[in-house]
Structures are given as structure tokens and as C-alpha cells.
Design a protein around this ligand. Structure first.
Ligand SMILES: N[C@@H](CCC(=O)N[C@@H](CS)C(=O)NCC(=O)O)C(=O)O
Length: 200
């Protein structure tokens, strides 16, 4: 298999963590991808031009990260990181949506600063995105999944917190101190988190 991603991508980190846990990483060739480069093969594989993108051995192209995780779970025999039990599955998928949504908003904050010239940046829009992240963090403080569990929900939450540590859109360790214990417990229980940290 071939995984197109970048070291900094929090969505790519989800895939790496899942692949490590499921014993599938050795079967993946990881190819550094430049989403801005029109000549990068990524756009031929995923019309959305987004990473991560997984090419299966039979040539099928799989995106996005949530679908890739479902695919890896299936390859590993099902019910490993995507619970078969409906209630657990719904809970895990909803936490996955929360984590992914935090990362979507956090990425938009970075892109606003990175890709827009100063005079075209929209402070209210950035604040709109930051509030999504803050509300999600508050919701997680009130109710978070068991950090000893390793499923699509906890993977996404951990990657979202890791991305905020990496890019610092929100100082969540000060604003939501209860979550520091959550991430510590997750990292202790699941070495895949440290092993997939972005370079630098
Ligand atoms: N919903 C997607 C989000 C992926 C995503 O936003 N990836 C970013 C990098 S972390 C990207 O490819 N950005 C380039 C772009 O939006 O053009 C997923 O879960 O895979």
C-alpha cells in the first residue's frame, strides 16, 4: 500500500497510529506529499487534493482519514478500532467527528495566516474557527472517552490535541487543564501517539 501524507498532517497521524496498532504500517510505503504542488500525483489520486490518501494494493484510492481508518479496521479483521457494537460505534464515531472538526477548524486558522496576504485576512473568521475549537475542548472537559481505549474516537481526539500543541492555535493546556491528564493517560497507554509525532 502507499500512503500519501506529510509529517505535520494531524489527519495523516491518525492513519499512521491506526496502521501501527493494527500491524499494517510495514505494508505501507509513506510518500511525502505537497498538497500545493499541482504536479504532485496526489490530485490524480484524490480530486479533493487532500491528504491522507491511501492507495490499496489492488489500486483502489481511499480517502478521507475516517474512511481509511474504517478500511484498516476491516483489513485487520474488524472490531479493532471501530467497534462493532452499535452504541460503542456511535460514541466512537461521534468523538471522531469532534476531533476531526477541531482539526478542520485549527487547520483553517493556520491556512488563513499562511495563504492569505495580511490585508485579506479576516480576524472575525479566524475567531469563529477558534471558538469551534474552544467549544469542543470545553465539551471534552465535561465528557471525554476513556483514554485507555484505542478507537477511531480517541485517536482523533488525541491527534487534535497534539495538533494544537504543535501549531498553538489555542493554549488548551492553560484553558482546559483537565485535558492534559487525558492526553498523558492516552500517550502512556498507546505508544503509537509518541511514535507518530510530527517532525520538529
Ligand atoms: N476530512 C479530511 C481532512 C484532510 C485535510 O484537511 N488534510 C489537509 C492537510 S492536514 C490538506 O490536505 N490540506 C490541503 C487542502 O485542503 O488543499 C480527512 O479526514 O482526511
Amino acid at each position: 500500500m502507499l500512503l500519501r501524507t506529510s509529517s505535520a498532517s494531524p489527519f495523516g497521524r491518525k492513519v499512521k497510529m491506526a496502521a501501527m496498532r493494527l500491524g499494517l504500517l510495514e505494508r505501507m510505503q509513506i510518500v511525502a506529499t505537497d498538497t500545493l504542488n499541482p504536479d504532485d500525483p496526489l490530485r490524480g489520486d484524490n480530486p479533493l487534493g487532500k491528504i491522507p490518501l491511501l492507495v490499496l494494493d489492488d489500486g483502489r484510492r481511499v480517502y478521507d482519514s475516517r474512511v481509511i481508518l474504517e478500511c484498516l479496521d476491516h483489513m485487520a479483521g474488524d472490531d479493532k478500532i471501530l467497534p462493532a457494537d452499535w452504541d460503542l460505534r456511535l460514541k466512537a464515531l461521534t468523538f471522531a467527528a469532534l476531533g476531526d472538526g477541531m482539526m478542520d477548524a485549527a487547520i483553517l486558522i493556520i491556512y488563513e495566516g499562511r495563504y492569505r496576504p495580511e490585508e485579506k485576512r479576516h480576524a472575525d473568521w479566524v475567531e469563529h474557527q477558534r471558538q469551534k475549537v474552544r467549544r469542543a475542548l470545553t465539551a471534552l472537559e465535561a465528557s471525554s472517552p476513556d483514554p485507555r481505549v484505542f478507537d477511531v474516537g480517541t485517536i482523533a481526539i488525541a491527534c487534535a490535541l497534539g495538533y494544537l500543541d504543535f501549531r498553538k492555535q489555542v493554549d488548551w493546556r492553560v484553558e482546559n487543564p483537565a485535558l492534559t491528564g487525558w492526553l498523558e493517560a492516552f500517550a502512556l497507554a498507546h505508544p503509537e501517539f509518541a511514535a507518530s509525532a510530527p517532525a520538529g
